[in-house]
Design a protein around this ligand. Sequence first.
Ligand SMILES: [Zn+2]
Length: 324
Amino acid sequence: MFLASGLRRSELSDAELLSAAGEGAAQAMRALEERHGAAVRAYARTCVVSADDAAELTAYAFTGLRLRAARTPPDAVGCVRVALFDSVRSTAVLWARPEQPVLTRSFGTWVGSGAVWSLDEDGELLAAFRGLTAQQQCVLWHASVERDPSELIARVTGLPESEVWREAVDTGRMFRRRCAELYAQRVEQTACLRFVNSVLLGPGESWDGPYDTGHLRLCADCRELFRELRGLQARLPVHLPRRLLGWWPAGAYHTAKDASPRPRAGGARPAPAGAGQRRVPGPRAAHGRRTRRGRRPRGRAVPAGLLAAAALVLLVSLAAGLWP
Ligand SMILES: [Zn+2]
């Protein structure tokens, strides 16, 4: 349908390509591979040693995506990039063979420890992400985690390139507010609820403006809540993928990805009316084994390097920064 509409395949969003692929259009799958293949191979290289094995994992992931596209609506896939990584990790876990090691040392160690990750730690990030539309998930992932250029994000999401960063700002605010609502569910004391309502959920969300410093001085719980939400923008690039995928060696992945040729983004296209605005479920649960552990440990520090990486995405790319 989309391919017959006069648009080149490189102009179609991921959701449109998925829809066409689900109807059997091989060129739509090829377009998705051109767009995401290098990144998926880079992620696969963090799991397995050889390039051939990484290519095989990548091929499996795209085959799985094609089969999934044939039986589910595109929106149910959520962010295609995340879905492909999820598939790579799940398959790579099954390749663990002590007698014939193919996994990277770090991934093998992770698999050897059970390949588990907590559902409760930073569970608010996961829940808030899944509460976004598929298009919003894509915007947040590609802007904050992948550090992709706006041209590629426009292609992935179907947004006009001129609207990509505004959408990223709005999505970031919405995501933080949803996290605030979820974090606030821990709060029980009346004074704390008053603080949460007036500051964290207040009009304008004036995070850097005047707030109830008296309560923050007295209440360690609200102090931590405020600190975490104010720092959400910085820790998102590492903490969100860890919650979604379990296995997320950020440095190794970005190094491998940066060494790959950039995917062709294609030319500009007009904004499809209403494209990607439907509210849909988040990406399907990952196949890796997870475990439920205790509540998120408090008082964790964010490495300075990660803060710098996050700032690169969300501040350099935007003159005024994404989330005020
Ligand atoms: Zn409090």
